[in-house]
Design a protein around this ligand. Structure first.
Ligand SMILES: Cc1ncc(COP(=O)(O)O)c(C=O)c1O
Length: 429
């Protein structure tokens, strides 16, 4: 079916707010490692999708999944060596204190469970969230996602949700040497407000490096101070590592490791299943015990035999192929290339990132930082025409988001740098 017919049919069968990327949408029919192919056979270098962590349709993941599908795929009410083996492998990537895990089907479900754990162990509901955060699409997660509830169609935060600024040292309120402690103080202020109104803190939840917030690299010392404040108030520290896990940031396996903190609850999703719907919540035994209050916990597909086999294989390939070190090296090359482009093209206000988690913030003016959102969209569309996929994000949609499948190579980095320079040339002229 050609693209126009495919689009017409889609609009007929589904809701209008199921969004599509690009002004001229793509119809993708095949994936292979860091490449996607459209219906005409045109190849696209994927510099955007983090879900296919070890590569689109990685042959070893496909083989393991097919073999398991032919053998058994059932639920967690039966004993399974696959369940135990995957849980052990996953827990081995975590600090020793995080010794208990649960499996689910999506990061939304995992964040829901994380909130339930925090409420079970604290007996409270109030939750501190970061400005422009996104944690998922369910009713409660919209409540804790300012990106949604303060955006089009949103109805604002409920009274149990308290919003603090993102620790953004480029555009945010605090930018200097004291930024980390000033931003941490905003969390302390939110806690004080909760306590003054005779309520109690259940959780502080944040992406360790806010991605939807604009690929922000959290300043050193911020999270450790925030966690101290939260724990002093009896709250639970939840790290949403959905976008930053499994070595993507290069210098650590998880972003919380890089920040020198141990969360009470870690939420994983998207990349851990390489496209198979798989998510996980990892926590301390004491928290899992508080949650074990008599009500059964069960997810029909969460932790299925197939999911565990896929999850174990993705983790195995990530370790075996040294993808964290690879992300560090290719990420360094990209960051230095983008920095050189920044010297040449004033449209680039800021280049930031770690490993293969990178943001390029476009501005019309370096003093006022007026966001260059339409230019970001133009560049993303022009790169697509040149056969490269990136994204745009941030509260003003002016941050180019680069977050490719991990096998993205040095040659791919050269291709992206060359094409981006050409697009910047066109947009600036
Ligand atoms: C940081 C973060 N958390 C949670 C989610 C929700 O994930 P899912 O769509 O798999 O439920 C997303 C999705 O974009 C996300 O970016």
């Amino acid at each position: 079916m050609n693209k126009d017919e495919c689009l017409k049919k889609r609009l007929k069968v589904t809701g209008g707010n199921l969004s599509l990327g690009y002004s001229d949408p793509l119809k993708i029919v095949r994936g292979e490692m860091q490449y996607l192919f459209d219906e005409s056979g045109k190849r696209y270098l994927d510099a955007y999708n983090n879900v296919p962590h070890v590569g689109h349709c990685h042959p070893e993941v496909v083989e393991a999944a097919c073999k398991q599908m032919q053998t058994l795929n059932t639920n967690t009410r039966y004993l399974s060596d696959h369940f135990n083996a995957y849980a052990e492998d996953l827990l081995a990537t975590m600090p020793a204190a995080l010794d208990t895990c649960f499996f689910l089907n999506s990061a939304s479900e995992a964040n829901e469970l994380a909130l339930r754990l925090s409420r079970a162990v604290t007996g409270h509901k109030d939750t501190i969230v970061a400005e422009s955060a996104y944690h998922g699409h369910t009713t409660t997660l919209i409540d804790i996602s300012p990106y949604k509830h303060n955006g089009p169609g949103g109805t604002g935060a409920p009274d149990w949700v308290h919003t603090v600024p993102n620790p953004d040292t480029y555009r945010g309120k605090y930018r200097g040497d004291d930024a980390a402690s000033s931003y941490a103080q905003t969390v302390r202020d939110a806690i004080a407000q909760i306590e003054q109104s005779d309520r109690g803190l259940a959780a502080f939840i944040a992406e360790t490096y806010p991605s939807v917030g604009g690929q922000i690299i959290t300043p050193d010392g911020y999270l450790s101070t925030v966690y101290q404040h939260v724990r002093k108030a009896g709250g639970v520290c939840i790290a949403d590592e959905v976008q930053t896990c499994y070595g993507r940031i290069g210098n650590a396996f998880y972003a919380f490791d890089q920040q020198g903190v141990v969360p009470d609850v870690v939420v994983l999703g998207k990349p851990i299943g390489n496209g198979h719907p798989l998510a996980a919540v990892v926590t301390r035994r004491e928290i899992a015990d508080a949650f074990d209050n008599g009500m059964e916990f069960f997810s029909t597909f969460g932790g299925s035999t197939l999911s565990c086999v896929v999850g174990k294989k993705v983790l195995e390939i990530t370790h075996r192929d040294g993808l964290q070190q690879h992300a560090l090296e290719v990420g360094r090359k990209l960051l230095s290339g983008f920095d050189q482009l920044k010297d040449k093209y004033p449209l680039i206000g800021d280049v930031r990132g770690a490993g293969l988690f990178i943001g390029i913030e476009l501005v019309k003016d370096h003093e006022s930082l007026e966001p260059a959102a339409s230019e970001a969209t133009q560049i993303s569309n022009a790169l697509k025409d040149a056969g490269i996929l990136i994204g745009t994000d941030g509260p003003f949609h002016n941050v180019l988001k680069i977050r490719p499948p991990m096998p993205f190579s040095n040659d791919d980095a050269d291709e992206l740098l060359t094409s981006l320079a050409q697009c910047l040339e066109k947009v600036q002229s």
